[in-house]
Write a protein that binds this ligand. Structure first.
Ligand SMILES: [Cu+2]
Length: 266
């Protein structure tokens, strides 16, 4: 079935092959069901626990264990104020009508955040009821993602996106090898069998990341004090364009920001 706006393309698959990175909406993108948001954000946060600042662990290597208490005291004396200043950053995202916007990827960039980014294992984007779940996944660079098929039909997951072109040929169950997302950017997922299946993996160079839920809000915990770029991306932003970008200074126990994106969402 053709989708309004597809123009000269003969099928949704042909449309996606050409327009995946430019105008995927013309190929039949369907907005997420609001009822699934809490499940998505819950899984995203479980899959992407925010790491602690990596300052103490190296000092506790076996060779230094005897000195650890003294080192720790010195480190805490010097860095204590910065450590104590780790903040919770709350970001409220709304659409162009001022309504809460679900499934917006929110992340904080800085030189230090880039150095602290660590890939994780065990992140999943499952296929269930012939759709991807979650619809949007935001991960730190270097993260491995599994694509378990929990449907009774087989799927053929692929992406043409430059940060991670890949293909998991027609399969049932969980493929043995996860897909490593080792370059930053937006990776659009599709299924060769079910043309309407679409989802996104947002690969970012920071450990301070999250996805907005039904309220359009996200709280990023344990963010060290510092100057950041607050970035916000949503699947309905103009394809190929940059994510929303603004300066955000983090100090004290909490920081907050309001972001209005020029998308309809819901
Ligand atoms: Cu499929």
């Amino acid at each position: 079935m053709l989708v309004s706006g597809m123009g000269a393309f003969e099928s949704i698959r042909a449309c996606k092959a050409v327009l995946f990175h430019t105008q995927p909406w013309r190929c039949g993108f369907q907005r997420p069901a609001v009822s699934d948001e809490d499940r998505w954000i819950g899984r995203a946060l479980r899959a992407n626990p925010l790491p602690r600042p990596p300052l103490v662990k190296p000092l506790l290597r076996p060779g230094l264990s005897r000195l650890a208490p003294r080192w720790l005291a010195l480190v805490l004396l010097v860095l204590g104020p910065a450590w104590a200043a780790a903040a919770t950053v709350t970001v409220q995202v709304v659409n162009d009508a001022g309504k809460p916007l679900v499934n917006a990827a929110v992340f904080l960039e800085s030189k230090e955040a880039r150095a602290a980014a660590r890939g994780l294992k065990g992140v999943e984007v499952q296929q269930v009821d012939k759709r991807f779940d979650p619809l949007v996944t935001v991960v730190s660079i270097g993260t491995e993602v599994l694509f378990p098929n929990r449907d009774k039909v087989r799927h053929h997951v692929y992406s043409f996106s430059p940060p991670k072109p890949f293909e998991l040929k027609l399969y049932a169950g969980t493929p043995a090898n996860p897909v490593l997302f080792d370059k930053p950017g937006i990776v659009v997922l599709g299924c060769n069998i079910h043309d309407k299946m679409m989802a996104w993996v947002v690969v970012v160079e920071t450990p301070y990341l999250g996805l907005t839920g039904a309220s359009g809000a996200i709280s990023l915990r344990d963010v060290p004090a510092g100057a950041y770029r607050l970035r916000v991306w949503h699947p309905e932003l103009p394809p190929g364009g940059a994510a929303f970008d603004t300066a955000l200074s983090v100090a004290g126990a909490a920081a907050s920001a309001n972001v209005r994106l020029p998308v309809a969402g819901r």
